[in-house]
Write a protein that binds this ligand. Structure first.
Ligand code: CDP
Ligand code: CDP
Length: 217
């Protein structure tokens, strides 16, 4: 199987680019962030707070998270229910990086991710794909951009959806989340030694896709 790993901080463009590259190559796109978000949603619905470590771990062990594909789009299911839209809420995004620090939660999802990559050609995006999930991936990309650029991209996305927001608040959230993801004990976000760095602050989506496609070839 051919496996491509794309890691990087929030808003770097990982999912947008991974989706396009996967489509062009006919590979499966695996959004691992959606899996962590689903675990966070399960805890949220049960009224469990992210700092209740034992309760979070118990809950995550008891639920069934699975992936499916509809017209090439990844869907994520919590105990069989399609929660692909619900997991995108801001409250879930913030809770996700707080529960993603727990090793036993990561173990469950990493195992699923490794099984998917063993059976399929994948473009998988996340934080620890090149370092922990697929250390032998055929191509590893570390995609990043300045926090201001990433905040501007998110801001534009929210404004287009008609939501009121403040760019400085978005940047602060991004910086906080990056800090948590880069400083946790288990599988922190870090560029793998053999990953190719793509600094995309001044690159369009098309330019990033082109750069990665060249690397694949
Ligand atoms: O998955 P990740 O959080 O890394 O980022 P994303 O959700 O794929 O991208 C965040 C936003 O940035 C999206 O609205 C993309 O369309 C936009 N983007 C961009 O404007 N230029 C790029 N080179 C990459 C992404
Ligand atoms: O909002 P964005 O698309 O950047 O984030 P996401 O990819 O949906 O991931 C949400 C959170 O899940 C991240 O901030 C990480 O804390 C966690 N995550 C992780 O720890 N490991 C992964 N492989 C993917 C996501």
């Amino acid at each position: 199987m051919y496996n491509i790993a794309i890691d990087g901080p929030a808003g770097a463009g990982k999912s947008t680019i991974a989706k396009i590259v996967a489509k062009e190559l006919g590979y499966i796109y695996v959004d691992t962030g959606a899996m962590y978000r689903t675990m966070a949603l399960a805890c949220y619905r049960a009224g469990i707070k992210s700092d209740q470590k034992e309760e979070v771990i118990e809950k995550c062990k008891s639920v069934d998270v699975s992936l499916g594909y509809e017209n090439g789009t990844q869907k994520v299911y919590l105990n069989g229910e399609d929660v692909s839209i619900e997991i995108r809420q801001e409250v879930i995004g913030n809770m996700t990086s707080a529960i993603a620090v727990y090793g036993p939660v990561r173990e469950i999802l990493v195992k699923m991710q490794q099984e998917l990559a063993a059976k399929n050609n994948v473009v998988m995006d996340g934080r620890d794909i090149g370092t922990a999930v697929l250390p032998n991936a055929d191509l590893k990309i570390y995609l990043t951009a300045s926090s201001r650029t990433r905040a501007e991209r998110r801001y534009k996305e929210l404004v287009e959806k008609g939501q009121k927001c403040n760019i400085d608040d978005i940047e602060k959230d991004i910086i906080d989340r990056d800090y948590r993801d880069m400083h946790r004990e288990v599988s922190p976000l870090v560029q793998a030694e053999d990953a190719v760095l793509v600094e995309s602050s001044d690159m369009t989506i098309e330019q990033v896709v082109e750069a990665i496609t060249k690397l694949v070839k």
